[in-house]
Design a protein around this ligand. Structure first.
Ligand SMILES: [Zn+2]
Length: 180
């Protein structure tokens, strides 16, 4: 384990050990904690990985073609045992287990930007915002039904997404200000 950590930190610039030791972004932390695909005792590792403090996929300990085949993982995917170790059985059974982590990052980024935007609409004195969805088949039924809806600036879109959205990786809504 020592060599593993040494190797990881040996590659990163020294500033990262001090500067980036700040509190993890709470949107990211929330998504990681909410995920039912990550081992709960590995959350710290996952946060460090997603904050680029360590890279669990650059340990050199890659799964062999045989191991990937056995697990049903995309044979072309570069994935390490250390990355796989933070994921539970359900995540490991996916064709692309790495997508579990990218999906968490996307959810956190969207949630953060929704809050920031709605906060801006409020400070501009606006009363409503409009939900704009992507016009493709990747949207879940709820997302399709929400496209074009106008909501009060007091309504958190994140709450609605959390309760209703079943999109595969993450909800891709954007919001726009309603000026009239
Ligand atoms: Zn959805």
């Amino acid at each position: 384990m020592l060599t593993f950590t040494q190797r990881l930190f040996g590659k990163t610039p020294s500033k990262e050990t001090s500067d980036q030791r700040s509190e993890p972004d709470h949107y990211l932390l929330r998504e990681v904690e909410k995920s039912d695909l990550i081992h709960k005792d590995q959350i710290d590792f996952v946060i460090q990985h997603l904050n680029n403090e360590i890279d669990l996929n650059k340990t050199g300990n890659k799964l062999t073609a045989e191991e990937k085949k056995e697990l049903g993982i995309n044979p072309r995917l570069q994935i390490t045992h250390e990355l796989l170790a933070v994921l539970n059985e359900n995540a490991r059974a996916q064709y692309d287990p790495k997508s579990v982590l990218s999906s968490i990052v996307m959810k956190a980024n969207f949630a953060r930007s929704h809050d920031e935007n709605i906060q801006n609409y409020r400070s501009m004195g606006l009363k409503q915002y409009e939900v704009v969805g992507c016009k493709d088949d990747r949207n879940c039924t709820w997302c399709k039904s929400m496209d074009g809806k106008k909501l009060s600036v007091s309504q958190s879109i994140n709450e609605l997404i959390e309760e209703n959205c079943n999109c595969d990786s993450h909800c891709r809504f954007v919001t726009v200000a309603v000026l009239t």
